[in-house]
Write a protein that binds this ligand. Structure first.
Ligand code: ADP
Length: 169
């Protein structure tokens, strides 16, 4: 029986931290579903379709990874997919409290639900999508933080003036 896990997140945009987690996850699971959370209450920098395309583009063709998106509760999405295990990353102690709450809430909503926590490589633990957006917004160098296709997409957003619009990033 193959072991499949959902790796949910905003991925706005995909970073080397996320990629490191995907590669580590594939050592534990046979396949992963990278699930882009679409939260209609937030104004993301990249639309869900753009975020999915960036993930696909960065990973290249890999039959072990499916890229999908979902709206609403993660447990409902997981139930629909018939999967009860999610992969989450831990960076610092600061992530722990939120992840602990989330994992327990998800377990309360679905007793079968389990969360698997993985740490990124030490070169990546300080990277967050929020910081990447902040650095890119002011024209900082993001080469070491994101894959090349994401860097190019961030440059295009900057050229389009998206960063200066209210509510973005
Ligand atoms: P971010 O916090 O970067 O906006 P997401 O909401 O997309 O990221 O995060 C999805 C999951 O990936 C979360 O479990 C988060 O802790 C994890 N993650 C993101 N960046 C890293 C990183 N650099 N190292 C470890 N885990 C990470």
């Amino acid at each position: 029986m193959s072991r499949v896990c959902i790796y949910p997140g905003s991925f706005d945009p995909l970073t080397h931290g996320h990629l490191s987690l995907i590669h580590r996850g594939l050592k534990i699971f046979d396949a992963l579903i990278v699930a882009v959370a679409n939260n209609p209450d937030k104004v993301p920098l990249f639309s869900p379709a753009e975020r999915m395309a960036l993930i696909r583009g960065a990973l290249g063709p890999d039959p072990r990874v499916e890229v999908d998106s979902f709206e609403g509760l993660l447990v409902d999405y997981a139930k629909r997919r018939g999967i009860h295990t999610v992969l989450r990353g831990l960076r610092a102690v600061s992530d722990f409290e939120f992840e602990f709450q989330l994992a327990n809430m998800n377990r309360r909503l679905d007793p079968q639900f389990d969360s698997v926590f993985v740490m990124t490589g030490e070169d990546y633990f300080y990277i967050s999508a929020r910081l990447v957006r902040e650095v890119a917004r002011f024209g900082g160098e993001v080469t070491s933080l994101v894959p090349p296709n994401v860097r190019e997409a961030l440059e295009r957003k900057r050229a389009e003036g998206v960063f200066s619009r209210k509510g973005s990033a």
